[in-house]
Design a protein around this ligand. Structure first.
Ligand code: MV4
Length: 664
């Protein structure tokens, strides 16, 4: 076994690999970009080497620098994680030339699976089922048209060099064929520099079911069952689970054996995933093979009680697979949700900035004996009787930033249950306990998704999100009275803690008569004029027409106060309620002008105010661009712009003051 490895990646997967290496007593070397100097993956490794600027192509994609770092630190092998260089055959070759073990498949296997059409021809020879279609070399338009007519409509045209859904055209009938082919070829050449296409029977409501395979250098190759990854959005997976709902033992064995045949056909070694699309009746067809460890591998680990990174390390070191096929069984059900810094209300635009508060689900320890496993801390998977109920794989901590340079995933939340129903309930509960302040996230969207009728009843196919658009993207609603009451309760409790003035004492005992305190809150949807009435019997909270008792029995939730903003987490929702404190400006001194700071890192694209200018509340002062979106920084009050601290074109850090502003 290796004594030191280099991890050529960042974020959660680098931390994940480091956790297993540490458990096995293997030293780890991190590589990092200038943007990641204080990143978690650097902190959890034994050594770290700076490899370049923030942009991935100048750092995490620089195979030469990574190999030099491995040589300089005495690492014997390189784990590529996923993404970046993980499926780059030239990099695997370069590792071998430098005398380093690439912890992944042979370069020849990556190349064989790299071209979709060549891979399909190989699979056909290996008797792996393929969607009826044509995936040969002939590209003459009339010939392809004849093939499409033979296959029968609807037909799907796919760019041979494509992947991830790019360069696909559905052709409904023969009359549409010529135009669709021309358009598909145009997109293929502009996206991939290759206009070769293949034609397939178009499946109407397919499921994405993939098989985890593992092979060693001694000729053993096995499958670790399936994952259902049908719930996707624009070819990005959103939820993954194992096993696939509705799978029979016969079908599982048939898919597993087909996946093993696919792997054997290309001389595969290590962890790989064979992706199938399946019809609702269960018939399945080979799509492609991913020649790496996948993001969603934890659901497989949870149901099989394995640590797939450990397997990768053992296989790369020349050891046999830790288990044989007959030793593997499925235990319970696991679901993974990808928690992203993104805004579902704005087309899932990445949301960059700082994780000002990061509260993760409480440790869930049942009779099963597993506490919540924070990966990077304890072992990746339990090796005892039952898995942890909740597992979080993350590469960030509270205070870290989600930058515009890399994938904005915050964490993978993985839950295990004795059956799917229990796993679903735990997922809903864990999402409710995931509290993030500082960024937009998809948490509320995920909760609606897992609780929605379609996912709950396992009515799965790749169109699930689009088909359920109305329930998944409800129009924004004002905050419910219970959420406002929670904010009010937190505010009063906070005042009581700090109170010196007896008139701020808000305990009920001294109030022998009714006394009402008005509290004004607002969020982006509405303003809320609320009140708390102190009565001998307790506190009555009122908002509009509704009133509720504001006592210990008030609705459950978590409130985090950030200045005068109350973040209320309740039922999986996050309400941001700004309290308009009537006393806030009473003792304000001159220096306390509006805090005009950058809401996120970005670039100044326009300066609309000038030095010395008097402005009115709401006037646009500066426009910033971040993540291809413009953000207008407006005057918070009437006042004067004393100075402007940046020019058009300047790069600005998150939270940096933009203007010196003085309120009138
Ligand atoms: C298909 C298909 C229907 N019929 N092929 C999309 C990405 C690429 N890997 C394969 N894809 C599809 N191929 C035939 N013959 C539907 C899809 C598809 C899809 C597949 C898996 C997961 C999500 C998807 C979303 C839309 C379309």
């Amino acid at each position: 076994m290796f004594t030191k490895i280099l991890i050529a990646n960042r974020g959660e997967i680098a931390c994940r690999v480091a956790a297993t290496a540490r458990r096995l007593g293997i030293k780890t070397v991190a590589v990092y970009s200038e943007a990641d100097a204080s990143a978690r993956h650097v902190a959890v490794c034994d050594e770290a080497v700076l490899i370049g600027p923030a942009a991935a192509k100048e750092s995490y994609l620089r195979g030469d620098k990574i190999i030099a770092a491995a040589k300089a630190t005495g690492a014997q092998a390189i784990h590529p994680g996923y993404g970046f260089l993980s499926e780059n055959a030239e990099f695997a070759d370069a590792c071998a030339e430098a005398g380093l073990v690439f912890i992944g498949p042979p370069a020849s296997a990556m190349r064989a699976m790299g071209s979709k059409s060549a891979a399909k021809q190989l699979m056909e020879k290996a008797n792996v089922p393929l969607v009826p279609g044509y995936h040969g070399e002939q590209q003459d338009a009339d010939f392809l048209h004849g093939e499409a007519d033979r296959i029968g409509y609807p037909v799907l045209l796919k760019a041979s060099a494509g992947g991830g859904g790019k360069g696909m055209r559905v052709v409904e009938n023969s009359a549409q064929f010529k135009d669709a082919l021309a358009s598909c070829k145009r997109e293929a050449i502009s996206s991939f520099g290759d206009d070769k296409v293949l034609a397939e029977k178009y499946l109407q409501r397919p499921r994405h079911i993939e098989i985890q395979v593992f092979a060693d250098t001694l000729g053993n190759c096995i499958y670790l069952f399936e994952r259902d990854c049908s719930v996707q959005r624009r070819h990005q997976k959103v939820l993954e689970e194992a096993p696939a709902p509705g799978m029979t033992d016969e079908r599982r064995a048939a898919m597993g054996e087909a996946a093993v045949a696919a792997a054997r056909a290309v001389g595969y070694v290590g962890a790989g995933t064979v992706e199938f699309i399946a019809n609702q009746d269960g018939t399945f067809y080979f799509m492609e093979m991913n020649t790496r460890l996948q993001v969603e591998h934890p659901v497989t680990e949870m149901i099989t009680g394995t640590d797939l990174v450990e397997w990768q390390l053992r296989v790369a070191a020349g050891e046999p697979l830790p288990k044989q096929q007959h030793e593997l069984t499925i235990n319970g059900h696991a679901i993974e949700a990808r928690i992203y810094a993104e805004n579902p209300e704005k087309g899932f635009l990445p949301s960059i900035g700082t994780l000002r508060h990061l509260g993760t689900p409480a440790a869930v320890s049942f009779e099963l004996g597993g506490a919540a496993t924070a990966i990077g801390g304890a072992g990746a998977a339990t090796h005892g009787a039952a898995p942890a109920a909740v597992r979080i794989d993350s590469g960030v901590r509270q205070g870290d930033a989600i930058s515009p340079f890399y994938d904005p995933m915050i964490a993978k939340l993985i839950v295990w249950g004795a059956d799917r129903k229990q796993a679903l309930a735990r997922m809903a509960q864990a999402l409710e306990q995931y509290h993030i302040v500082g960024l937009h996230t998809n948490i509320a969207f995920l909760k609606r998704l897992v609780e929605g009728q379609a996912f709950a009843s396992a009515d799965l196919d790749t169109g699930l999100i689009e088909r359920n658009h109305d329930t998944l993207f409800p129009t924004a609603q004002p905050a419910p009275v219970a959420a406002l009451a929670l904010a009010a309760k937190a505010l009063l409790a906070d005042e009581r803690k700090h109170a010196t003035d007896p008139w701020q004492q808000t305990t009920g005992w001294r109030m022998n008569q009714t006394y009402t305190r008005k509290l004004a809150f607002a969020d982006e949807h509405a303003a809320y004029d609320t009140s708390v009435t102190y009565r001998p019997g307790g506190l009555l909270f009122t908002s509009g027409e509704e009133s509720i008792q504001l006592g210990d029995q008030a609705n459950r939730g978590t409130v985090l106060r950030d200045g005068d903003t109350f973040h209320v987490f309740s039922n999986g929702m996050h309400y941001q309620l700004a309290w308009n404190d009537p006393m806030a400006h009473a003792g304000e001194t001159e220096s306390e002008g509006g805090r005009l700071t950058a809401p996120m890192p970005g670039k100044v694209v326009a300066v609309l105010a000038s030095k010395g200018q008097d402005v009115k509340k709401g006037d646009a002062l500066v426009i910033m661009e971040a993540m291809k979106m413009e953000h207008t920084i407006a005057a918070p009050h009437d006042g004067t712009v004393n100075d402007i601290l940046y020019n058009v074109g300047d790069q600005v850090a998150d939270g940096a003051p933009l203007l010196d502003f003085q309120a009138a």
